[in-house]
Design a protein around this ligand. Structure first.
Ligand code: B12
Length: 494
């Protein structure tokens, strides 16, 4: 086939349609090095995705590749009916899915008549080889690592692809999207934008989907390339804050110090994700360089207040509840806010596990009241290990079709808020009530609209509950949060 056009599509990724730079698609587009006509369409920015795609697809769709990035949850819910509709209208349209969801659940995706190919893992080389095959018949489909495809009535998945080194990949073409649409006001700055400067993470945490993508590999842009990108976004579009959504930005201390020094004069603010044990090993010189370069908050996986659970999670390294407390105390000295995420409700005894971690969170808050707390429920990913084995033994199984995956319960599951059998509704309510009281007594600092007065009012209204550990039926606090339009970053981004 002659490829006339490649449409790289970003389905709607949140109910609020908060536009986040579609970095997956910018990375894929850059790897194609203008060999084919390509257009990026972001469903979060167009009124009607079907109409927007229709204008780009000719006749029966022959020669057009629709390549879609799919995360679990809202993106899957948007992409599935959309692809089926487009396939009905353009039977010769070639549809390719890539990203976290199809990489982990390729069979459920490929079973669907609307989907022709799945690109698993980091897709730069995989997708390019697929396009070469579609145009010239070479390479053979079975030889393309990372590809899942239909061989007559058989579904086939080739070996996992190697993880490409981001430093050796072409630079993103920022002109391919309207950057101004991705600059957002947040607590970090008036023009905040997302960036991603590395692939992977060296660790194997049992609840994390990244492990399946990279199996412990971590590779990054150099400090120079990362800083140059920040300088450009600042100079050309006035970006004054950066959210590095790398799975683990802080793996390499030398890179972080050099990066911090290279952006120090920009006067921007930034945020990133890291590990407690890695950053506890950082020198004070590094902490000073990060602070002086505008680092405001670090997302850190504290995960649990229980040593046993951390072992069960294969957290690895030397992360411990004691080290978590040391870390929040140290960050207080550097006026950098720790944003700690916890995974609650882990088998075998979800109740005991959750109560232990909720108690631990009170110690964290006492050590550093500014600490941001994010609560997730343990949500299985297809990763062999003690945790997954336990939930499978209790009868847990992933859906086998897209229709099941886009059904209510599994959409909640994908957003880590579903009613999991080993947690049960009573414990789920206890965790929600604890979160409610915690977010009243210690309201998030990431909500610019929450004035000091409103924060004081929330704190006063919840003080008795927090000190008496009385979390049941916090309806008055729920009403207050509604009136104050309170929202948490983990559900709606900053
Ligand atoms: C930015 C982001 C968001 C943004 C949306 C971005 C968007 N596209 O509009 C927001 C904040 C809205 C968001 C929301 C959610 N997210 Co999110 N998100 C991310 C994050 C931090 C960065 C993604 C990114 O751009 N990476 C940079 C690019 C370069 O890498 P990449 O995406 O992996 O792309 C490469 C490959 O995956 C592949 N690829 C990807 N797409 C495509 C498409 C094609 C056609 C091809 C060929 C290849 C390909 O090739 C790319 C280049 O190598 C990732 C974690 C991460 N660091 O990657 C989590 C992540 C994907 N999100 C996750 C989750 C769970 C969610 C939520 C469900 C959270 C929630 N509780 O609500 C929601 C769901 C939203 C939805 N489904 O619509 C999980 C997915 C876990 C899983 N089980 O699969 C991740 C992995 C975080 C984590 N560590 O757990 N997210």
């Amino acid at each position: 086939m002659k490829i006339n056009c490649i449409i790289l599509f970003n389905p709607i990724s949140s109910a609020r349609r908060t536009p986040v730079l579609p970095m997956s698609l910018l990375a894929i587009e850059a790897a194609l090095e203008d060999r084919w006509p390509t257009v990026i369409i972001d469903g979060n920015l167009v009124a009607n995705s079907l109409e927007a795609l229709e204008t780009t697809i000719d006749n029966d769709g022959a020669g057009t590749i629709l390549a879609i990035t799919v995360m679990p949850g809202p993106q899957l819910e948007h992409a599935t009916p959309l692809c089926r509709d487009l396939k009905r209208r353009h039977p010769d349209l070639t549809i390719v899915w890539g990203g976290y969801f199809p990489s982990q659940h390729w069979e459920a995706c490929l079973k669907d008549p609307a989907v022709n190919f799945i690109v698993q893992g980091h897709g730069e080389a995989v997708f390019t080889s697929l396009l070469e095959h579609l145009e010239t018949g070479r390479p053979e489909l079975e030889s393309i690592a990372g590809l899942a495809w239909k061989d007559q009535d058989q579904l086939r998945s080739n070996n996992r692809p190697p993880v490409p080194h981001p430093a050796r990949l072409p630079h993103w073409n920022l002109e391919s999207v309207d950057i101004t649409r991705y600059l957002r006001p947040t607590f970090l700055g008036s023009k905040t934008i997302g960036l991603h400067s590395s692939y992977g993470c060296p660790y194997f945490c049992a609840f994390c989907a990244v492990v399946n993508m990279v199996e412990g590999r971590w590779m990054a842009w150099s400090a120079e390339r990362t800083a140059d990108m920040v300088h450009r976004l600042h100079a050309d579009w006035g970006a004054d804050a950066i959210e590095f959504s790398d799975n683990n930005f802080f793996v390499d201390e030398k890179r972080v110090v050099e990066f911090s020094r290279r952006i120090q004069d920009l006067g921007i603010s930034w945020w990133g994700e890291g590990r407690i044990d890695t950053m506890m090993d950082y020198s004070d010189t590094t902490w000073r360089a990060m602070r002086d370069s505008g680092l405001r908050m670090v997302f850190l996986g504290a995960e649990s207040g229980s040593e046993e659970t951390l072992k069960l999670m294969d957290k690895g390294g030397s992360v411990s509840p004691e080290m978590t407390l040391e870390m929040v105390r140290r960050m207080r000295e550097w006026s950098i806010v720790p944003e700690l995420s916890f995974v609650l409700g882990n088998p075998p005894d979800a109740q005991e596990d959750a109560l232990q971690t909720m108690d631990f969170i009170r110690k964290v808050k006492a050590a550093n009241p500014a600490t941001e707390i994010i609560l997730y429920l343990y949500t299985p990913v297809p990763l062999a290990g003690a945790l997954f084995d336990q939930v499978q033994a209790s009868g847990f199984a992933f859906p086998e079709t897209l229709d099941q995956w886009i059904s209510g319960d599994w959409l909640d599951f994908a957003q880590r808020r579903s009613d999991l059998s080993w947690v049960g509704p009573r414990l789920q309510r206890q965790i929600k009530n604890f979160e409610r009281v915690l977010n009243a007594y210690y309201p998030t600092t990431t909500l610019p609209s929450l004035t000091a007065g409103k924060r004081r009012f929330l704190r006063t209204a919840s003080a008795w509950r927090y000190h008496l550990k009385f979390n049941a039926a916090p309806f008055e606090l729920a009403a207050l949060h509604r009136v104050l339009h309170y929202r948490r970053p983990e559900t709606s981004g900053f």
